[in-house]
Design a protein around this ligand. Structure first.
Ligand SMILES: [Zn+2]
Length: 133
């Protein structure tokens, strides 16, 4: 199931980490509601995430199936496949839920954008068409 160095201990370490991440995702309740301010998603606790019903998460994709997101600090516009854009948002919140790498960024658009860019650049690629996927 796992590729890597090929030892049983490597596979155990990968499975152990994966179980931790998947367990947190499975335990999470995602609530769709009206979020005040400009937040699109908010991690309320390690197992509670709020999603703004009018936020970017529910943006209707264009005819190509893409969504354009605007990063809050620089105004940089990202065109992403809709599913990738939603994954980016969920993974950003997962960073908060797991308490690794991310520090709280509520009300700090610069840090929020930096956290988003870490996920974007670590988990997605940009195609020659300029679309992130
Ligand atoms: Zn954040």
């Amino acid at each position: 199931m796992f590729a890597g160095k090929g030892t049983a201990s490597d596979n155990f370490a990968i499975a152990d980490g994966l179980e931790y991440v998947l367990g947190r995702l499975a335990a999470t309740t995602y609530r769709i509601l009206d979020l005040p301010g400009t937040a699109t998603l908010a991690t309320i606790s390690p197992v509670d995430v709020f999603i703004d019903r009018d936020g970017a998460y529910f943006t209707t994709p264009d005819a190509s199936g893409n969504i354009t997101l605007t990063l809050p600090a620089t105004g940089l516009r990202l065109t992403m496949e809709a599913q990738a854009a939603r994954a980016l948002m969920v993974l950003h919140e997962l960073g908060h839920q797991l308490g690794v790498l991310f520090t709280p960024d509520a009300g700090n658009v610069g840090l929020n954008e930096a956290n988003t860019r870490r996920v974007l650049e670590g988990c997605f690629t940009i195609g020659s068409d300029g679309v992130w996927r």
